[in-house]
Design a protein around this ligand. Structure first.
Ligand code: ADP
Length: 252
């Protein structure tokens, strides 16, 4: 155990350089994406990522509520990110707190920049993200789930939006922080990437890192996003794959 002031810091790397959960610094947590699990929604996706479990549902393009938000020349994107009261160790106070409002806003803005909103004037695309189990990285898991749900709903977009956080932990850059690393790390840098153009449409930073590290952190995050992108496409392929037609011939 290290000790900085009153804060006991656990060892975050083993003698082999691996992390507490056995990952290399540039390794993602296990990620499973299911497209279309909800039947009521126009589009949906469920993401299990490490110990995170996040459901996303998309409705629209549909009538705007409240009406005064309606835009004459494009669709608006409304997002509600919510963490269930039972999603964390100690019961979280239910409802929209400031953190949820901020995350909802940055996620809506990220999707506004990739959705072809001009095609659906005077409508709203409504994105709901429900975090059922949280273990750091839930906004990125939310973006990944919502992005697959938007594609499942058939909303035209420039591209899917993979997202991941890079952190600085014990002086080292690591991909996809777990909760322990998030608690004791020096920095947390979530980002969402438009893979085709290389544009980052969501980037936030908590903590601090040197500008040289920032460049390397972005490279690490972009590489991580490219891996996640492949899994997002695979989830959609699985959902829409047409089963081969059963042969009508019966072999003798
Ligand atoms: P992200 O989940 O995107 O990493 P934060 O960095 O704000 O967002 O939160 C890190 C983690 O801290 C969350 O994933 C969750 O496990 C935990 N957490 C966040 N808010 C609360 C809360 N109100 N109560 C308990 N745990 C929380």
């Amino acid at each position: 155990m290290g000790n900085v002031g009153a804060k006991e810091i656990p060892e975050l790397f083993g003698p082999d350089g691996l992390r507490t959960d056995g990952r290399r610094p540039d390794e993602l947590r296990p990620l499973k994406i299911t497209a279309g699990p909800l039947h009521q929604a126009d589009g949906s996706a469920f993401v299990e990522w490490g110990f995170n479990k996040v459901m996303a549902a998309v409705y629209g393009p549909r009538e705007v509520h409240p009406r005064h938000l309606q835009e004459n020349n494009k669709a608006i994107v409304q997002c509600r990110y919510n963490m269930a009261a039972f999603s964390v160790d100690e019961r979280k106070r239910p409802g929209l707190d400031r953190r949820s409002q901020e995350i909802s806003k940055v996620i809506a803005e990220a999707f506004e920049s990739v959705i072809f909103a001009e095609e659906y004037p005077r409508t709203s695309v409504d994105v709901y993200i429900e975090v059922l189990q949280a273990n750091a990285g839930t906004r990125c898991a939310g973006v990944v789930a919502a992005s697959v749900a938007l594609a499942d709903a058939g909303i035209p977009m420039v591209d899917l939006l993979p997202a991941v956080a890079v952190g600085k932990v014990g002086g080292k850059l690591v991909l996809d922080l777990n909760k322990l690393e998030d608690n004791f790390g020096e920095a947390d840098l979530p980002m969402a990437l438009v893979p085709q153009s290389g544009r980052l449409v969501l980037m936030q930073m908590e903590g601090h890192m040197h500008r040289d590290e920032l460049g390397r952190a972005l490279d690490m995050g972009v590489a991580g996003c490219r891996g996640i992108y492949e899994k997002m496409k695979a989830a959609l392929r699985d959902r829409y794959a047409v089963a081969p037609a059963a042969s009508s011939e019966v072999s003798a």
